[in-house]
Ligand binder design. Structure first.
Ligand SMILES: [Zn+2]
Length: 210
């Protein structure tokens, strides 16, 4: 289908597809009742490079605007603050971003509406709960509750893991701890590689409608 504006030759390429929830893929987000965010859909905006127009073109020369959760470094460009909002990480802008005056993380948050009125309160409640649990996390039963929330199959587990990291950063003593004060050396499992059951962008369970 030469002349089609999209990547028509990839329509039947399985590797071109990723798991996404309805919110990220199809939209429907609302900010204070106002519909917002186009969602991913079939769009593939680029921020730089050469746009591939045919199967012979080199896809690696495209520089995507939206963050790709399956890319090895893109997930680290997005984080969550303690109020549950998705935020860009404090990483340097790429040359393409500086040239276009755009931030890929900000654009991803805007286009996918990752801070809409539904998602932020859910993340906020979860992050508060994880923070409280983490303050009493030496008990095995409580640690299990934390593990359940930060595990890769849990909804919004990336935000939960961020809350745990924030709480542990607060717990970190300024000076070298005495043996009695040293905390168990346990770390949250990585949630960067979400399983097939969760949206790889917002880490929502993909079957949920948001
Ligand atoms: Zn999603």
């Amino acid at each position: 289908m030469p002349g089609h504006p999209g990547h028509w030759w990839l329509a039947c390429d399985v590797s071109n597809y990723g798991i996404a929830c309805r919110h990220c893929n199809s939209g429907g987000a609302r900010y204070d009742g106002v519909r917002e965010g186009r969602a991913k859909g079939s769009q593939f905006p680029v921020i730089g490079g050469t746009r591939a127009r045919a199967s012979a073109d080199d896809l690696d020369r495209e520089q995507p605007l939206l963050l790709d959760p399956a890319h090895h470094s893109d997930p680290d460009l997005l984080g969550f603050d303690s109020a549950g909002y998705a935020r860009r990480s404090s990483t340097p802008y790429s040359q393409a971003e500086a040239k276009r005056g755009l931030c890929r993380a900000d654009e991803t948050i805007r286009i996918l509406a990752l801070n809409d009125s539904h998602l932020v309160p859910l993340r906020s409640r979860l992050m508060r709960a994880v923070g409280v649990l983490a303050r009493y996390g030496d008990d095995p039963a409580i640690q299990q509750l934390i593990d359940d929330k930060v595990g890769p199959k849990a909804p919004y587990s990336s935000a939960a893991a961020m809350a745990l990291a924030l709480q542990r950063a607060c717990d970190r003593p300024a000076a070298a701890p005495t043996p009695a004060a040293r905390r168990p050396a346990s770390h949250p499992p990585s949630t960067r590689h979400a399983p097939e059951s969760t949206c790889k962008t917002c880490w929502n369970i993909w079957t949920r409608t948001t």
